[in-house]
Design a protein around this ligand. Structure first.
Ligand SMILES: Cc1cc2nc3c(=O)[nH]c(=O)nc-3n(C[C@H](O)[C@H](O)[C@H](O)COP(=O)(O)O)c2cc1C
Length: 322
């Protein structure tokens, strides 16, 4: 099989330009290790910073080289978790959602590479100035939190801004080799995927949630703040989360002021609902669900996407005529 070589695969000495997104409580040690074993780069999802969960995930990853990711605004309130993560010499510290200049410095002081996920051009400028080793450019198609820019125009704009030597990854709406090939053409050195790996055998989380993901189509996903209010998380106002819409979001999505006015009762209703009550509970899902039809081992996902992209890139000269 032909391999795709980029600045990202060279820098991290991996076989395929495919990285696992640090999905909170979904990207555990088992999934991160499986992606790394398959020749990609696995990243543990430290999320909001649950120390015991993080310790368990790091133990599960064993000796496999993996990165550790956090939600910037949240982990900045728990600096000891950064020390814990850096003490294990991860392949990278990954940070998303907020100004992470201080975290880039801390990672570099520990000789650890830092990867910063951005959602807008002005954030990319900040990440470049801070010296981030890798910048993930996330489009609004992505599952989970993010902002409002589409990947197809944001990615080449970040490449123009960053210059040729900055390592860039594309994220948002990518679930197959077509997405990887297109991302490379738009200026990326690789991709980072969340939703596709959520529907993997090794992902942490309920099987029923994975099956619910398979049944969700991209048209059913929305970007909303409903579940941040329902879960009482302190997300900065400019971030929304892409999720599968359900009865709870149908009731409140166009009605946020009323939801805020009723917050404590609705938070209780949410808390007391069953974990598997997907009419109430949030199912984080990106538009890429349209391309996901089965729950597969991470290695199958990594290898099939790399293989499909290489074939597409090889065949691309059919579009060129003399
Ligand atoms: C279930 C789920 C949980 C996520 N949790 C996090 C998180 O804790 N931290 C983070 O930086 N990004 C998180 N993300 C967003 C990813 O970093 C990434 O931007 C996104 O998954 C890429 O788009 P895709 O889902 O279309 O592949 C999450 C995404 C999903 C699907």
């Amino acid at each position: 099989m032909q391999q795709i070589k980029t600045a990202f695969t060279e820098r991290f000495e991996i076989d395929h330009p495919i990285m696992l997104a640090p999905m909170d409580k979904v990207s555990g040690g088992r999934l991160a290790a499986a992606v790394t074993r398959a020749g990609g780069l696995g990243v543990i999802g430290g999320g909001y910073g649950d120390e015991q969960w993080l310790r368990d995930a790091m133990a599960q990853a064993g000796n496999h080289p993996v990165g550790i990711g956090f939600i910037t605004w949240s982990v900045q309130q728990q600096p000891l978790l950064i020390d814990l993560a850096l003490s294990t010499s991860p392949v990278m510290l990954m940070v998303s959602f907020g100004d992470a200049t201080d975290l880039v410095e801390r990672a570099h002081r520990a000789n650890v590479a830092c990867c910063w996920q951005v959602h807008r051009l002005e954030q990319a400028r900040q990440a470049i100035e801070a010296g981030a080793d890798v910048i993930v450019v996330q489009g609004q198609e992505a599952g989970g939190h993010g902002m409002d820019r589409g990947l197809i125009s944001l990615l080449p704009a970040v490449r123009d801004l960053a210059g040729p030597s900055q390592i860039l990854l594309a994220a948002g709406g990518i679930a197959d080799g077509r997405g990887l090939a297109a991302a490379l053409m738009l200026g990326a050195d690789g991709i980072m995927m969340g939703t596709r790996f959520w529907a993997s055998v090794e992902a942490d989380g309920l099987d029923s949630a994975k099956h619910q993901l398979l049944a969700t189509r991209g048209d059913q996903t929305i970007r909303t703040k409903v579940f941040d209010i329902a879960r009482n998380t302190a997300w900065p106002t400019h971030f929304t989360g892409r999720v599968a819409s359900n009865a709870f979001s149908d009731q409140w999505h166009g009605n946020l002021d009323q939801l805020k006015a009723n917050a404590s009762a609705q938070q209780q209703r949410y808390r007391e609902s069953d974990d598997e009550d997907y009419r109430t509970r949030v199912l984080i899902a990106g538009e890429a669900t349209d391309m996901i039809h089965s729950i597969e081992p991470a290695a199958v996902i990594v290898e099939s996407i790399a293989c499909e992209a290489a074939a597409l890139l090889n065949g691309a000269n059919r579009f060129c005529v003399d």
